[in-house]
Design a protein around this ligand. Structure first.
Ligand code: ADP
Length: 253
């Protein structure tokens, strides 16, 4: 038992080891606290849409809805159920990444071509929001997990569309740089307050809850990006100015 400081003094060579154990215990505690907070958040996030679905359905079941309001009520139920599905999908993606349970093989992916596919999938959403989407850059081959790279670029590009204004623009650039292979997504949308930039990668963190919810956000998109970046030993950089726009850069070694 080396808890006793006297004994520690007798074994100075053990000091670094003890410090490492203490550090690792602290990290474990922090992880455990994060897990507890995550579970509490998950319960809350799942309960909110379920409560409204159940509320609307109950009123309908009891015959308390006027025929002309039926459409509105079913619409609400449909919206909340869709929200639940997205939420559950994101939670599954995140826990899979979190536990390192990624059975998928690495393969050669052209990040430029992948960005092009993602942009075409997001084109209808961009058109609906009256946001112009463009792709520039060059072919850039990277060996990574396709599905996860896809989710990362998709989430960032979707955010750039969601947190934008009608008439806004989103540019995706993919290419090679001295620092590594990069995908950069720039928008001229609503921007992020400076003091919150560090927090947007936290699970369920949203700058503006109602705004994010109204735009179909779960608050998990960027946590998925962060985990995907870690899995690929890459980096993510954010620059943003409130009211001017945001630039998110993914760097792959
Ligand atoms: P959400 O599902 O709410 O979009 P994310 O984890 O993807 O969750 O993003 C977290 C929060 O970061 C968002 O709710 C939003 O407030 C902010 N955010 C993310 N991307 C952008 C962006 N391009 N412009 C402005 N705000 C953004």
């Amino acid at each position: 038992d080396l808890e006793n400081p006297l004994e520690q003094e007798m074994y100075p060579e053990l000091q670094p080891l003890l410090e490492r154990i203490e550090q690792s215990n602290k990290e474990k505690e922090a992880m455990a606290a994060m897990r507890r907070e995550f579970s509490a958040n998950v319960s809350h996030e799942l309960k909110t849409p379920l409560t409204s679905i159940s509320g609307y359905a109950e009123i309908m079941k009891d015959g308390l809805v006027r025929p002309e309001d039926m459409q509105h009520f079913s619409e609400k139920i449909y919206q909340e159920a869709s929200r639940l599905i997205t939420l559950v999908e994101d939670i599954i993606k995140l826990s899979r990444l979190d536990e390192g349970r990624v059975e998928l093989e690495k393969e050669e992916v052209d990040l430029y071509e992948l960005s092009r596919e993602i942009i075409s999938r997001l084109a209808p959403q961009a058109a609906k929001n009256q946001v112009r989407l463009e792709l520039t850059g060059e072919s850039v081959k990277y060996t990574g997990i396709r599905q996860i790279l896809d989710e990362m670029i998709y989430n960032i590009t979707e955010n750039a569309i969601k947190y934008n204004n009608p008439g806004g623009k989103v540019s995706v650039w993919a290419g090679n740089t001295l620092q590594g292979k990069k995908v950069v997504v720039t928008d001229d949308g609503i921007g992020i307050p400076e003091d919150q930039i560090d927090r947007i990668f936290e699970r369920f963190y949203r700058v503006d809850k109602s705004h994010s919810k109204e735009r179909g956000g779960t608050g998990l998109g960027l946590s998925i990006v962060k985990h995907g970046v870690m899995l690929h030993h890459g980096e993510v950089h954010v620059e943003s100015k409130l009211g001017e726009g945001t630039r998110i850069e993914l760097v792959f070694p």
